[in-house]
Design a protein around this ligand. Structure first.
Ligand code: AMP
Length: 392
């Protein structure tokens, strides 16, 4: 069965087509700057990379080019061959604990959750609607970023605020990156050959989050009501004392929206080091003895270590810790400093294995009390698997 996994952003559309159940990638690509000047797309097909500049006024234009490429590259002879579409949907509220076939009712729910994910859900809906006309016969599946975290208990997902904020306004911790955490936990359970394993999954990319997983179920996660909670990220602050917000408004004259924008787009690595949100630039700065870059790295490592340590306690120990996403898969320095800071838990790095980048690897020594792994995440594959299973 041919299955298309789609991740639509407000001005981008990322896709990957699979032959299932073999999980073979047939073609993948990214449409960028949709609705903006200089739009275009890149494709990866038959080991070749193709880049084209085309006018993309909206998501429908992107879907049209995508279909044209599928036909021209003989990925499909007709659109009927695409039997399932899996869409990433960021927010499923507290209603969706698993992927579902998207019906009119589900689509209305996703729209209802707009206030909870004002940047992401509208973009996801644009993506869903763009395919409706062109590929009307496929089973359409929604895979929610929040779903995996729905197993958290009230004690772990509530904030210490008036209970009515939860009952009346749905204020609670939702958690994000769930598709990635689920992939990582499943892969770790496979490697350990243990279904009741206690696992700490660290998704460290431009956005980052950490989850505690027991028996394949999430018991806690670092992101919260929005993705701007938990660890320090590329441009997001992570956890702060909320009273900073009115204080900065009064001191600078900034509006609430401007301060929230600062916390989402000008904080984190970028805010602390003042140079870049990219961890490679922070690492380059560290080599040049840039003190703000050194500070950024130290603060990031501390924020990750704090979550790992607290989840270690919450889980009653850990069978494994894994690192994933851009930084987790590639940064030798970040992993080394996190693991060294976890020394009190008897965790010991294997420096040679830790030199691995972008590949699955065990990076702790035999004496380590908890094994740590690099596990490259694959959210598109998870989306394709769920779409395939629901379409089958
Ligand atoms: P993601 O959001 O998963 O695409 O991750 C993006 C982050 O990964 C950025 O901060 C990148 O700087 C970081 N990253 C990618 N490659 C490397 C690398 N080789 N070393 C350090 N960080 C990297």
């Amino acid at each position: 069965m041919k299955v298309l996994a789609i991740n639509a952003g407000s001005s981008s559309l990322k896709f990957q087509m699979y032959e299932m159940p073999e999980e073979k990638v047939l073609i993948s690509g990214l449409f960028e700057r949709i609705g903006i000047n200089n739009s275009g797309y890149t494709l990866k097909v038959n080991g070749e990379k193709i880049k084209k500049e085309v006018v993309l006024n909206n998501h429908e234009d992107a879907v049209e080019y995508l279909i044209k490429e599928l036909l021209e590259n003989n990925i499909v002879a007709s659109l009927d061959e695409i039997e399932a579409l899996g869409h990433r949907v960021v927010h499923g509220g507290d209603k969706y604990a698993d992927s579902v076939v998207i019906t009119d009712e589900v689509l209305q729910d996703v729209e209802k959750f707009y206030p909870l994910a004002p940047l992401h859900n509208p973009a996801n809906v644009l993506g869903i609607k763009a395919f409706q006309k062109s590929v009307p016969n496929a089973v359409v599946v929604g895979v929610f970023d929040t779903a995996f975290h729905q197993t958290m208990e009230e004690r772990d997902f509530l904030y210490g605020v008036p209970y009515e904020w939860y009952t009346d306004y749905k204020v609670r911790k939702y958690g994000f990156h769930g598709t990635s955490h689920k992939f990582l936990a499943n892969r770790m359970m496979e490697i350990l050959n243990k279904k009741d394993a206690k696992i700490i999954t660290c998704h460290l990319g431009n956005g980052g989050s950490i989850s505690a997983v027991k028996n394949g179920k999430c018991i806690d996660t670092s992101m919260g009501f929005t993705p701007n909670a938990g660890i320090i990220m590329g441009t997001r602050s992570g956890d702060i004392d909320v009273t900073i917000i009115p204080y900065i408004m009064s001191q600078t004259g900034k509006t609430l929206d401007e301060v929230i924008d600062d916390l989402n787009k000008k904080s984190g690595f970028l805010g602390i080091c003042g140079i870049s949100s990219d961890s490679r630039d922070v690492e380059d700065g560290m080599k040049d003895n840039n003190l703000r870059c050194i500070l950024t790295h130290k603060m990031f490592v501390k924020s990750v270590v704090n979550y790992i340590a607290s989840y270690y306690v919450a889980l009653g120990g850990a069978d494994a810790i894994c690192f994933s996403a851009g930084i987790g898969e590639n940064s030798v320095t970040v992993r080394k400093d996190i693991i060294e800071a976890l020394n009190a838990l008897g965790i010991k790095i294997d420096e040679a294995s830790n030199n691995t980048r972008g590949k699955e690897a065990l990076i702790t020594s035999e004496e380590s009390a908890v094994p740590c792994y690099i596990i490259p995440t694959d959210e598109e594959l998870m989306i394709a698997r769920d779409a395939f299973n629901l379409a089958k």
